[in-house]
Design a protein around this ligand. Structure first.
Ligand code: HEC
Length: 325
């Protein structure tokens, strides 16, 4: 067998043997014995030198460089104590690599000698090495990346109640509203025949469309930052919030809620939510502090008009309850 290869095996064997067998002895639980880690490291180096001399291996400079570089890596990764941050590790390793390279390229002779095995490997004289470097290593790296990237745990179950049970009544601007029976004072048709109407176009619906337009103004002055200018919950600030702002286009939000529920939610916002809707606090502001009662009703009217949803009505509710029973 080739002497270089034996020398390489000696190096790998020594390192693995020491790391598996001897390392734990030199690194006991209590950290008072710090100095012994370095004694251990010196032992590895001594073993390598002695074995190489005894077996008269005379490894070539490229292998020496590999050994020196790997020992540096091993030292910074496992020996140096306390462990250093990753960025510092990279910095040290860069300096160490430069040092190793200087050692290789000290004169033309050594540099040529260093290049020789690499060139031979590339042109195919060392078949096994070529397979390892060009096939096995990339596969290994790819596999390592894959292992590092796949999620190791399941997403936590969402324990938050998105649409909590509303209180029986809510008090806004000094007036108490009973949510069971409260309707949007600006809605003229529960089934909303005016969905297809547009401001200024339909003469007979002008009053209704005026309210919708005013609600739209309120929306674009206050809400679109979070709920998005298409009401899809993707406003410019939406990405920083957890829970994210509600997407009114989604059938799971305002489409299945009553207007009185929205009135309560818009007036009281995140701070008004009952405990079952925690643990994450909602960023939804309590709008009663900034808007009049009329503005709140109008912005709700606008949200339904824009998305084309019908608010859930009391008739719907009884029929749904009926289905459940
Ligand atoms: C600072 C960001 C922010 C602004 C501004 C904001 N909201 Fe919200 N809103 C949220 C978040 C976050 C949620 C979802 C969490 C929750 O239910 O409280 C939400 C939820 C809602 C809900 C409940 C929907 C449901 O499905 O239960 C309604 C209704 C609502 N917002 C209306 C409005 C209106 C109307 C305005 C403007 C007057 C507005 N929001 C402005 C962040 C915001």
């Amino acid at each position: 067998m080739n002497k270089t290869f034996i020398s390489f095996l000696v190096f790998v064997g020594t390192l693995v043997g020491f790391h598996m067998g001897v390392f734990p002895i030199f690194t006991p639980k209590e950290p008072t014995w710090v100095i012994n880690r370095y004694v251990y490291f010196l032992c590895i180096i001594a073993t390598l030198i002695i074995v190489n001399i005894v077996l008269r291996l005379k490894p070539p400079i490229s292998l020496n460089a590999l050994v020196v570089w790997s020992l540096g890596f091993y030292f910074y990764k496992f020996i140096l104590y306390p462990p250093i941050p990753w960025t510092l590790f990279i910095t040290y390793m860069m300096l160490w690599s430069i040092g190793t390279f200087l050692f290789i390229s000290q004169d033309e002779e050594t540099f040529r000698e260093f290049r020789k095995p690499i060139v031979k490997m590339i042109i195919g004289e060392y078949k096994l090495a070529r397979i390892v470097v060009f096939a096995a290593l990339p596969i290994l790296v790819g596999f390592g990346t894959y292992k590092a990237l796949i999620p190791k745990f399941q997403e936590p179950v969402e324990l938050r109640t998105v649409h909590p049970a509303p209180p029986a009544t809510t008090r806004v601007h000094g007036k108490t509203y009973t949510l069971e029976t409260q309707k949007n004072p600006y809605r003229i048709d529960e089934q909303d025949k005016y969905q297809k109407s547009f401001p200024f176009l339909d003469a007979d619906k002008q009053e209704y469309m005026k309210n919708v337009t005013e609600g739209g103004t309120v929306f674009f002055q206050n809400c679109h930052y979070c709920h998005g200018d298409q009401l899809n919950g993707l406003g410019m600030f939406s990405h920083v919030f957890n829970p994210t702002p509600a997407n009114f286009v989604d059938p799971g939000t305002i489409a299945m809620l009553r207007e009185s529920f929205l009135f309560w939610r818009v007036s009281k916002g995140g701070p008004g939510l009952p405990n079952e809707s925690t643990p994450w606090s909602s960023a939804m502001p309590p709008w009663e502090e900034h808007l009049t009662t009329e503005q709140i009703w109008k912005v709700i009217l606008f949200e339904y008009w824009y998305t084309g949803w019908h608010p859930r009505t009391f008739d719907d509710e009884s029929s749904i309850v009926g289905v459940k029973e």
